[in-house]
Design a protein around this ligand. Structure first.
Ligand code: SF4
Length: 169
């Protein structure tokens, strides 16, 4: 059994009560496979801990909009992600938000920095390594990390340029 399945069996999964940031690329990829377009919203942070990004100073700059909100996946009434069903995430792996795909890797704008302490590595079998168990190696995670920052930075840059144009017109 994979680590994520074991984790889901003993505690809340990482798909409950989280603010899952989504990029314009995530939206485009998800919209290609689902009918409803009503899966994200703009919300202020739900937990002030999200504001602490000491090793990644541009993260908040890239993810906050002018009105103090961030674009995140909607929750259902029970605080579960809108895409979380009884059998797990209902989205195909290749369109899941990049932030979801990268979990439990820790990262910043420069690279991967470790594994989240939320991830119950104590549930791994003896001699089983985490990368094999979650089915993601560091090379794939690094590709997604770069894609994530590329998509966030592009949107931030486009917004900044539109604001500049509005100011001079
Ligand atoms: S999109 Fe899928 S993996 Fe991401 S939080 Fe929602 S249910 Fe979990």
């Amino acid at each position: 059994m994979r680590l994520c399945e074991k984790c889901a069996g003993v505690k809340n999964t990482c798909c409950i009560a989280r603010d899952v940031i989504i990029t314009p690329g995530d939206i485009k990829r998800i919209e290609e496979v689902i009918i409803s377009k009503d899966f994200y919203e703009f919300r202020p942070v739900s937990d002030l801990e999200y504001l602490v990004q000491e090793d990644d100073p541009n993260w908040n700059i890239y993810t906050f909009f002018e009105n103090g909100t961030r674009r995140v996946l909607k929750h259902k009434e029970n605080n579960r992600c809108i895409f979380l069903h009884d059998m797990g995430c209902s989205l195909p792996g290749y369109v899941r938000p990049l932030v979801c795909r990268l979990h439990p890797f820790l990262y910043n704008e420069q690279g991967l920095t470790g594994i989240s302490s939320d991830c119950p590595v104590e549930l791994l079998d003896v001699n089983e390594d985490i990368y094999t168990s979650i089915g993601i190696n560091t090379s794939l995670a690094e590709t997604w990390r770069k894609e994530l920052y590329h998509e966030l930075f592009n949107e931030y840059n486009e917004n900044r340029q539109s604001m500049r144009k509005a100011m001079v017109s």
